[in-house]
Write a protein that binds this ligand. Structure first.
Ligand code: UDX
Length: 431
């Protein structure tokens, strides 16, 4: 079937490529001319493992097109809204202006029956508002609105698209259910297609992200406890995770969570709840604790170089996590910004996020072309993002190039015993 996707960001583009790969005819629409121009020239506008290959394959097969014109949604059976819902600059609530603007604009191009699907993360009740906006803008339009929340992780978007744990659909119309069932028919035998109400679907998205954020904050708090009692948080997480009720994922203690989702969605959910007179204490605690944690990590690094005159810090990692170039709400960036308040020299390296980070940090720090270069003449190695290449650094060789041999491993990537044996002062998280 023909599908139109409005928004070609971290959700829209991988989803568009994914649906094209499944044999659909997809048109991705975005207002940003530069982005669409690049995509039409075959230049992919974001880094995701495996995306580029599928992108070229489907463009070549004429299943994937890019346009700035909303009129190109004509003929689509499904129009997917995948535009940004960033925190409102003042209220910090999820900003719906792009969703509402897209709904308003697409309305006039609706002819035959269409399913409009909200894939962007939207507060509970927005699906209903989108329906009202479209009906008002085009009273003759024959359409339904469904909620189709995405659960893609950045850096794993292609994998997650083709291997969803579940597909959640908020839908109150049998016709829409039929269309969505056809769209997701290829997943029939490998995933659960859960149809529920619009409100439940919109809530599932926020409740899931908030729970994962709480889970991460929880293991970070347990890490603080482990440090006091001589336990190893990685062993504790392993032991906990063997309980299927707990599960072993998202129990990696670290520098705190970042990205464009967890920080935004936890805040939006707590504000949404406040408006309904409900106080989500756990969510609010995780938000506050996670912000605190980044400061704690910076203090840990400052403490580690205490007594060293004008120390140089090799900051390994800038992206909010491994596998992506995205630095939005990155703990690494926040930690570096905290450290810049001290009189430190910072040399940073990240396998993918250097250019993105330069937009944020500018010339306030130095940029190295490799971990090795960043570490040369440094007093401390600060591991800030969980890129696996940092787990296999040749510490014996690198140690020889450092002024002081100190490691503050905010992501527990380094073999603590090996580092200690090689004469490093090793500071981990929860161990
Ligand atoms: C998240 C959700 O996982 C995904 O389902 C949703 O659709 C979008 O938001 P994403 O933000 O891309 O995905 O990244 P994720 O892999 O969830 O990591 C988020 C943050 O948590 C990162 O900063 C990561 O470093 C941190 N994290 C993750 C931990 O600190 N410990 C963990 O065990 C896992």
């Amino acid at each position: 079937m023909k599908i139109a996707i409005i928004g070609t960001g971290y959700v829209g583009l991988p989803s568009g490529v994914g649906f094209a790969e499944l044999g659909n005819e997809v048109v991705c629409i975005d207002k940003m001319e530069s982005k669409i121009e690049a995509l039409n020239k075959g230049v992919i506008t974001l880094y995701e493992e495996g995306l580029e290959e599928l992108f070229h394959k489907n463009v070549k097969a004429m299943r994937l097109k890019f346009s700035t014109k909303m009129s190109d949604i004509e003929g689509a059976k499904i129009v997917i809204l995948a535009v940004g819902t960033p925190p409102h600059p003042q209220t910090k609530e999820a900003d719906m202006r792009y969703i509402f603007a897209a709904a308003e604009e697409l309305a006039e191009y609706l002819q035959d029956y269409v399913v409009v699907a909200n894939k962007s993360t939207v507060p509970v009740g927005i699906g209903k508002e989108v329906k009202q906006i479209i009906a008002k803008a085009n009273p003759k339009a024959d359409f339904d609105v469904v909620s189709l929340p995405e659960f893609l992780r950045e850096g794993f978007a292609v994998y997650d698209f083709f291997n969803p744990d579940r597909i959640i659909v908020g839908c109150d119309s049998p016709r829409a259910k039929e269309v969505i069932s056809e769209l997701y028919a290829p997943f029939k035998d490998k995933s659960t297609l859960l149809f529920t109400s619009l409100a439940s679907s919109e809530t599932i998205k926020y409740a899931s992200n908030a729970f994962l954020s709480i889970k991460i904050h929880y293991i970070n708090e347990i890490a603080n406890f482990c440090e006091k009692v001589g336990a190893d948080v990685q062993e504790v997480a392993k032991g906990m995770g063997l309980d299927k009720r707990i599960g072993n994922r998202f129990l990696n203690a670290g520098a705190g969570y970042g990205g464009s989702c967890f920080p935004k969605d936890t805040l939006a959910l707590s504000l949404m709840a406040e408006k309904q007179g409900v106080s989500l204490e756990l969510v609010k605690t995780a938000i506050k604790g996670n912000d605190e944690r980044k400061k704690q990590m910076a203090q840990r690094i400052t403490q580690a170089v205490k007594g060293i005159e004008k120390p140089t810090i090799a900051a390994l990692g800038l992206a909010f996590k491994d596998g992506t170039d995205d630095c939005r709400e990155s703990p690494a960036i926040t930690i570096i910004q905290e450290l810049l308040k001290e009189n430190f020299t910072i040399k940073a390296y990240d396998p993918k996020a250097m250019n993105v980070a330069k937009e944020i940090l500018g010339r306030s720090i130095e940029y190295a072309n490799s971990a090795q270069e960043a570490i040369q003449q440094a007093d401390v190695i600060a591991i800030l993002t969980e890129w696996q290449e940092f787990a296999s650094l040749n510490l014996e060789e690198l140690g020889k190039t450092m002024k002081h041999k100190i490691i503050v491993d905010c992501r527990n990537l380094i073999d603590k015993d090996l580092a200690t044996k090689l004469g490093f002062v090793y500071v981990g998280v929860g161990r």
